[in-house]
Write a protein that binds this ligand. Sequence first.
Ligand code: FNR
Length: 190
Amino acid sequence: ATFKVGYFVGSLAKDSINRKLSQALIKVAPDTLEFTEIPIKDLPLYSYDYDADYPPEGRALKDAIAASDAILYVSPEYNRSIPGALKNAIDWGSRPWGQNAFARKPSAIIGASIGGIGTAVMQSSMRSVLSFLDSPQLNAPEAYIHFRPEDYGPDGECTNPSTREFLATFMREFEAFIQRVHASAPGHIG
Ligand code: FNR
């Protein structure tokens, strides 16, 4: 089967290393995964005042999540937590109450930082959020990427063989996880 993966890049920076990482991941992912970025940069800051009538950006976000069989988060760590822009997008997707778009969507988290901690603290915050949103998460392998610019080409392809193999394994395991979730609850996705 083929699965549609909607992915979030948690950074708005034009030279984002996490955007590069997303490109590297897509290049090494199994052919059975199709990727569509879910944009977050034009979303207003969420408030429940919008619940009665979501603006087009909010609707587009919810539709994109609904159309995805699985969600991939590729995000930096900002101040030991989830970047505000990404958290805002998640808040949009989770509402109105009772219409949480993330429920039962299989998900995976990965991130790159310039420091050695590799977004570990952000990922642990994300795991709490995804648990609350009832989104099953790939638990292993974990992927904390210490980003070295020399390991990536201009289109984001990873040129370091061992990092490249690590990223490929992560995506293979994600695909297997999506298949397992799908097999156990076929009505919910696909
Ligand atoms: C950072 N950075 C950072 N790195 C980290 O490992 N842990 C952290 O808590 C933070 N905090 C933080 C806060 C803010 C506001 C910024 C701008 C940066 C550094 C971060 O890893 C680096 O800027 C990356 O380049 C961010 O990824 P993107 O945005 O390039 O994808």
